[in-house]
Write a protein that binds this ligand. Structure first.
Ligand SMILES: [Mn+2]
Length: 215
């Protein structure tokens, strides 16, 4: 059975109506988005994706793209470009620069997607548990950008897992067991916030990773 056919069968009718609703809104991106794109590219210019030489901006473009595909407004799209900026590029000083350039709403969304802004970061498991614990009270904007981030990362894990096999897990602080725990806990916790179609897509990718991991 092809992926496309699976997709049509297990999609719920309510999810389809929510998805169709996105297309009734027009999101026009202004100069602010272009400014954020340049700023994000400069902030992360010397950073690559963990375990590969892929420029970090690829992840930020991917997350912004997914968020926009799922109906993000301009503030949410900008926050998607900047969602790792506080955590990886300058902490509190970067937060204030984001506030100055893009305002309180974008800053609040980026803050909601940040799991540590201190150096050194707290222990991995503690950070991930805190991130999961904040999901139930997160705003819809934070949920959208956070889900786009996790969907991008899960797709990236699946793609690399097929090529690298179990050596893939060496690049993750939580290893195989911890990473599998984290993504399943994310799906289960996001699910409790209400059904939006992006959660179905995240769960589909996580389930494929789990199948590969159980072989
Ligand atoms: Mn990210």
């Amino acid at each position: 059975m092809s992926g496309a056919v699976c997709y049509k069968i297990d999609i719920s009718s309510s999810a389809i109506s929510v998805y169709k609703l996105f297309y009734s809104f027009k999101t026009m991106l202004s100069e602010r988005f272009t400014t954020a794109l340049t700023y994000a590219t400069q902030l992360h210019a010397n950073q690559v994706r963990k375990g590969s030489g892929v420029p970090y901006i690829a992840h930020l473009l991917g997350v912004a793209s997914i968020a926009l595909e799922y109906g993000a407004n301009e503030d949410e799209a900008i926050a998607a470009l900047l969602h790792d900026a506080i955590e990886d590029q300058g902490g509190a000083a970067t937060r204030e620069e984001i506030r100055r350039r893009f305002g309180d709403n974008v800053t609040a969304i980026v803050d909601g997607c940040t799991d540590a802004d201190t150096t050194p970061k707290p222990p991995w498991r503690q950070r991930k548990e805190a991130y999961i614990a904040h999901i139930p009270t997160a705003s819809p904007s934070v949920l959208l950008v956070s889900l786009a981030d996790k969907l991008y990362n899960a797709q990236s894990i699946l793609k690399d897992y097929r090529v690298l096999g179990d050596s893939l897990w060496e690049r993750f602080h939580g290893g195989k067991e911890g990473t599998l725990w984290y993504y399943r806990a994310l799906v289960d916790t996001f699910r409790k916030t209400g059904t939006i179609i992006i959660i179905d897509d995240l769960e589909r990718v996580v389930a494929q990773i789990e199948v590969l991991a159980s072989k």
